[in-house]
Structure formats: C-alpha cells, structure tokens
Design a protein around this ligand. Structure first.
Ligand SMILES: NC(=O)c1ccc[n+]([C@@H]2O[C@H](COP(=O)([O-])OP(=O)(O)OC[C@H]3O[C@@H](n4cnc5c(N)ncnc54)[C@H](OP(=O)(O)O)[C@@H]3O)[C@@H](O)[C@H]2O)c1
Length: 278
C-alpha cells in the first residue's frame, strides 16, 4: 500500500506520516512545497504521478476567526482544493480520507450529534469544511469523511500550548465554560486512521478521544497535569467575543468508530501528550 498525505507539516498530517512510517507503510508527506492544493494542474499532476492507493487529506485553512474576513482564500483551500484532491483520487481509483470538523454542526441542543444529523454550520470555516465534504461525495465512493474536534498534538499550535503559555505569563485566566466537546489527540487519531485506510468500510465517521468537557474543564486539567499554579475562572461564550461564532454543543456521537480501537479518554490522552513532550 502507498499513501500520500497532504498538510504533512500541520498538526495531524505530521503524526499521520509518523504513524505510517512506524507501521512500515510506504508514504509521502506533502505540503505547499510539493504542490499548492488550490492549483488544479499542479495538484492533479503530482497525485496522479505518485499514484497512491490512499490519500489522507489533512491540509486545510484552519484559522477559524480569520476565515470570516479571508473568505476567498478559505474557500479556495477548503472547497476547491479538496475538490482537486477528490478528482485526482477518482482518476487513479484511490481511497480518500477527508478530515472534517464538529463545526459543520450548529451546536444546538444537548445531545451528541450523530453522523446522520444534518450539518448546519454557523461560521464560514465550518461552511467551507461542509462544502468540502460534499465535493468528496460528489466524485468518490471510496471515501472516509472523518469529523474531529478540538485537536491537539505535539506539532503545531493548539489550545494546550496556548494555555501553557498564558498560564506562565498570567496569574489568572478566564476560560469559556458553556461550550462542550471532546479533545482529539493527533497521536491517537493517526493510529485509528492507519487502521481505517486498510479497510473498505467507507462512510462518515465521528472520531475524538473519549469523554466530554468544556474548554474550562480542559484548561483546568492542563494546569493540573502541567503543575502550573494559575487561577482559572469559568466564563460564558457571550463574555468572550470572537469573530466567528462557535457551536455550544460540539459533542459528537462516536458509535461508528467502535469497530476500530477506541480512543482513550481525553484526560489520559493529555497525560500521554505531556509524557511525549518531555
Ligand atoms: N485544529 C483543530 O482544532 C481542528 C478541529 C477540527 C477539524 N480540524 C481539521 O483537521 C485537519 C488537520 O488540522 P490541523 O490542526 O492539523 O491543521 P494545521 O496544523 O493548520 O495544518 C494544515 C496544513 O495544511 C497546509 N495547507 C494550507 N493551505 C494549503 C495549500 N493551499 N496547499 C497545501 N497545503 C496547505 C498548511 O500549510 P501552511 O502552514 O504552510 O499554510 C498546514 O501544514 C484539517 O482538515 C482541519 O480542518 C482541525
């Protein structure tokens, strides 16, 4: 099996490449240096020439707030870029993994969203990620659409790293406590993706670490495990203004992944992350 990964310099792509290498699966991690996914010819020529059996598409425009202002580039990367990848996969009959997000949902209600729930994104980034899903389904049958949330990993920027920095700079912090979801540890997710691509169980999946928490709970656990003495206060979404709206309920129903190894609870994943970072 031969696998091509996009966004290999990003948080998730980096760990997917590492996991494939560990599993002795031939792979090529690509980034903008190899091809820019918004450039149709460059992208298609590269993928068709490499002729992989699977493409794991991790590249994306991920700046959620900036996306409200940079709509054009966000659309070109998340929708048109994804379409180029899907069309390339169609041409060479490759499987495609498309990484999507909890932000395709509106966050209404307090039940976990099922894979069959109708997406209704409330910010521009979420809208483009959902349109990316539609492009994948338009061209392919052999696809895995994997919706994930609250990503953290050793490589790149994320909430854990931001909290660690702020915790050292400040004596007190205010963190949103009425948005609930599940952190996703890229190390654990990469392991599951490598299992998944070796099957033909195509479809839409929700994959995160087990358990739910608020951003406030997540921050408190980070400081507890990192042994940082900072006072954390819970606040409401309304008290923390951002350009893009965030869903209050980001819980994803994960029954569909229990054919695979279940991801450990999010706090155990955090502890593994700290051990790995040492
Ligand atoms: N981060 C989260 O909390 C989160 C939550 C839910 C879902 N997701 C999804 O999970 C996936 C992985 O996210 P991540 O956190 O690993 O993202 P990331 O760290 O921002 O990495 C994205 C990668 O894509 C590359 N990229 C951007 N535009 C490109 C282009 N035109 N051509 C080629 N490469 C390009 C970036 O390169 P440059 O840095 O050079 O631009 C970067 O290496 C994405 O699909 C994202 O939408 C993320």
């Amino acid at each position: 099996m031969k696998v091509l990964i996009t966004g290999a310099k990003g948080q998730l792509g980096y760990d997917v490449v590492k996991r494939l290498e560990k599993s002795d699966i031939k792979c090529l991690g690509t980034d903008k240096d190899n091809f820019d996914i918004t450039e149709e010819k460059q992208t298609k020529d590269f993928i068709v020439k490499f002729n992989p059996d699977v493409v794991v598409h991790c590249a994306a425009y991920t700046a959620v707030d900036k996306a409200e202002e940079e709509k054009d580039i966000c659309y070109r990367i998340n929708v048109i870029g994804t379409s180029h990848i899907a069309q390339s996969c169609e041409k060479i009959n490759a499987k495609m993994v498309y990484i999507s997000t909890d932000y395709v949902f509106d966050g209404e209600g307090d039940k976990p969203f099922e894979t069959t729930c109708k997406p209704n994104p409330i910010n521009y980034y979420g809208r483009t990620k959902y349109e990316g899903e539609l492009e994948v389904q338009k061209y392919l049958e052999k696809f895995f659409i994997v919706r994930i949330s609250w990503v953290f990993g050793s490589h790149g920027n994320n909430f854990v790293k931001t909290m660690l920095r702020l915790g050292k700079e400040r004596k007190k912090l205010y963190v949103v406590a009425d948005q609930v979801g599940s952190p996703t540890y890229t190390y654990d997710l990469a392991k599951l993706l490598v299992e998944m691509i070796q099957t033909d169980k195509y479809g839409i999946y929700h994959v995160t670490n087990d358990g739910y928490c608020s951003w406030y709970d997540f921050a408190c656990e980070i400081f507890k495990q990192a042994d940082i003495d900072v006072k954390v206060y819970p606040i409401k979404t309304e008290d923390y203004t951002t350009k893009a709206k965030r869903p209050k309920n980001s819980r994803l129903q994960k029954d569909s992944i229990y054919d695979y190894s279940r991801l450990q609870n999010w706090d155990a994943a955090l502890s593994h992350y700290f051990k790995n970072m040492k």
